[in-house]
Design a binder for this molecule. Structure first.
Ligand SMILES: [Fe+2]
Length: 130
């Protein structure tokens, strides 16, 4: 199941939207790597892309939230930190076990998290960026 970008994901900020599209692209690549059985190396590449890009993106969002004194920035940052912790733990477990069931669980987590986070949490700062 691939995520299709639509206006319901738009924050109205071009940079954030471009970054969200890139994250969606990575989650979609992850899905393709699983369903097409592209192998461990492809999965490792996707996980690497995900962690480096998520870090960059969270930094961008957190800088913007600070710049605009967003009232929920602490709560929002905690959600990012929780995600980073979870992702790193998954990557660590996967590197040790190479267990493909873990990969499917991680994909499900990323898929749900990204859609929920953009639609529920990121939309809370939308009004600031207009
Ligand atoms: Fe966010």
């Amino acid at each position: 199941m691939l995520i299709k970008w639509s206006e319901k994901f738009s924050t109205g900020n071009e940079l954030i939207d471009v970054q969200h599209k890139a994250l969606i692209g990575i989650v979609n690549n992850f899905s393709i790597a699983i369903t097409d059985e592209k192998g461990i190396e492809a999965l490792e590449k996707v996980l690497n892309d995900m962690s480096s890009y998520a870090w960059l993106h969270f930094r961008t969002e957190e800088d913007l939230m600070a710049k605009y004194s967003f009232e929920y920035q602490e709560d929002h940052k905690q959600r990012h930190d929780q995600f980073k912790k979870q992702l790193l733990q998954f990557i660590k477990d996967f590197n040790q076990s190479k267990d493909l069931k873990l990969v499917e669980r991680l994909h499900h987590y990323l898929y749900r998290w990204l859609i929920d986070h953009i639609q529920k949490e990121d939309m809370k700062y939308k009004y600031l960026l207009k």
